[in-house]
Design a protein around this ligand. Sequence first.
Ligand SMILES: [Zn+2]
Length: 102
Amino acid sequence: MSSDDYFFLSPEDTDPARIKKEREKAKKLKKTQWWQNQLNQGVCHYCEKSFSAQQLTMDHVVPLARGGTSSKGNIVPCCRECNQKKKLGIPAEDLLKNIQDE
Ligand SMILES: [Zn+2]
């Protein structure tokens, strides 16, 4: 019995209890001065455009469901547009599009 699926998303990564814990951690981080400073810098991590603190949201570079954690190294300010794109999984397609356009 073998399945590549086991390696694609390990059961540990998708453990709901772990994700819940990481979400709580992210919530706490949102209240820290460190996060306020990130927002006050007003720059989206992905498109590097300037935004007001209210326009930026917290984003996990490596999604929790893929084994990411709520550590400072994995959390970045992100504008709504990039956040939306990321959810839809467009970045990889954008990459392909850019290659085709050139
Ligand atoms: Zn952006």
